[in-house]
Ligand binder design. Structure first.
Ligand code: BJ8
Length: 431
């Protein structure tokens, strides 16, 4: 990585703490990612993006700001990025996938919050995340109580605009969410000084839909047996989607898909897949939270589908062709697309369970792992119903609850291996 120290200083980062954070990453990445064999060549780009995680992309954002552009940061797939790009601004996802500055966080927030919230608060308090420091505005939401209340606290450190997300999907909820998108348009226009027009909103929709289409294409390649890419690599790509330049990222994912589709075409139909095929569903896995996928994929299995917001929930549907739509039609379409996301914050949330059942068949999975961060009420509670519904349909499932520490890694591995043993026995029984 080039020398970015002056840039980090200019951003006001806490350099010793930031060094400690960056020093932790290469070892972890080497062990989890670079140790994999037979990786697609197209992964080189994504390895490069990770190697420059606090470098090149941050510089691009700084250059954008130097020209008068604005940067917005978000933590949820509900935030309508189309609106941000329509106004000529850039949207980046804030991560929160590693324990950081917990002692400081626990001075202002309760101990038993989910690790994701504590992580992003720790990044801000300790000033180690350049994306936080470069952002002009954080866009929060009222999805879960933990985030909703933490955004009030975060607002003491950086301006936060909170969008009120519905908890149900009745007609009144659609109207409310469309109204929130309109309110957000006003906020973005005021921040950027740019008017959102039919034409630039249409372009914003096309841009984000193109990224979603590329990720859908990537996901489709994983239906093949054997899947041409590891679940860890697919997760990494989805994590990078939140902060990389949208057009470049879309291009690189499509190039990778060309290679993966060729791999699938070249694979011998007689190839017997030794690895178990697993679906992971639950709480999003923010970068660099690779704990469960690594344990799964070093225990004789390959993740072929992720029902996560760092997976299918972020790209599952498109806003669609807006060629003949006016402003109202586009806002309505953005609203309808996002309300198809089956976050566990909704009640009831049967469509999520139905989707997991459908995708289990479509991706021919041997079993499903329901993953939830400790203290995440929406997903831990919903996990019971997900497991029950899968088992009623004869699909093997297990629930895991964990945090970002490595202390339970041994115990988790033992449980995962025992689960996989039963899956192998089933495979043998079913011939
Ligand atoms: S649409 S999943 S990105 S809210 S893990 S902070 S839910 S207590 S992240 Fe999410 Fe949007 Fe939903 Fe997706 Fe709360 Fe749970 Fe913590 Fe969570």
């Amino acid at each position: 990585m080039s020398d970015y120290r002056q840039m980090w200083t200019d951003l006001g980062l806490n350099l010793p703490a930031h060094d400690a954070l960056l020093n932790a990453l290469p070892g972890l990445y080497k062990e989890i990612y670079l140790s994999q064999t037979d990786r697609p060549k197209g992964m080189e780009y994504f390895d490069f993006v990770v190697s420059e995680i606090h470098g090149l992309r941050v510089r691009e954002l700084m250059d954008h700001k130097a020209k008068g552009g604005k940067v917005l940061a978000a933590m949820c797939v509900f935030v309508p990025e189309e609106v941000v790009y329509a106004a000529g601004a850039i949207c980046v996802g804030l991560c929160g996938g590693i324990d950081w500055a917990s002692d400081e966080v626990e001075k202002i927030l309760p101990r038993n919050l989910c690790a994701l919230i504590k992580s992003f608060m720790g990044f801000k308090l300790d000033k180690v995340c350049p994306y936080f420091e470069v952002a002009d505005l954080v866009v929060g939401e009222t999805t879960c109580d933990g985030k909703k209340k933490s955004f009030e606290v975060l607002n003491d450190y950086i301006p936060v605009h909170v969008m009120e997300t519905p908890q149900m999907k009745n007609e009144a909820d659609y109207r409310m969410w469309a109204g929130e998108i309109r309110r957000f348009i006003t906020v973005v226009e005021k921040l950027t000084g740019n008017t959102i027009t039919e034409e630039n909103l249409r372009q914003g929709i096309r841009k984000i839909d193109a990224r979603r289409k590329a990720l859908q294409r990537l996901s489709a390649t994983r239906k093949a047996s054997p899947s041409p890419i590891s679940g860890k690599d697919a997760l990494l790509i989805n994590q990078i989607a939140f902060y990389d330049d949208v057009d470049r990222f879309t291009l690189k994912v499509n190039e990778l898909c060309d290679e993966l589709e060729q791999r699938n075409a070249d694979a011998s139909p007689a190839t017997i897949e030794d690895d178990l095929r697993i679906m992971v569903t639950g709480t999003p896995m923010a970068i660099p939270n690779w704990k469960i996928p690594h344990l799964v994929e070093t225990s004789g299995a390959r993740i072929v589908f992720d029902e996560l917001c760092t997976g299918e929930r972020s790209f599952q549907n498109l806003v669609g062709d807006m060629a003949d739509k006016d402003m109202d039609g586009m806002i309505e379409a953005i609203c309808r697309r996002s309300l198809e996301i089956d976050c566990a914050c909704f009640t009831p949330n049967q469509p999520r369970i139905d989707k997991i059942l459908t995708k289990s068949k479509e991706y021919r999975v041997d079993g499903v792992i329901h993953y939830a961060l400790q203290s995440c009420d929406p997903f831990t509670i919903e996990g019971f119903r997900v497991e029950k519904s899968l088992k009623e349909k004869g699909i093997a499932a297990m629930r895991l609850e964990t945090d970002y520490s490595q202390e339970d890694a041994g115990q988790l591995k033992t449980r995962i291996e025992a689960f996989f043993e039963t899956l192998r026995e089933r495979r043998e029984m079913n011939g």
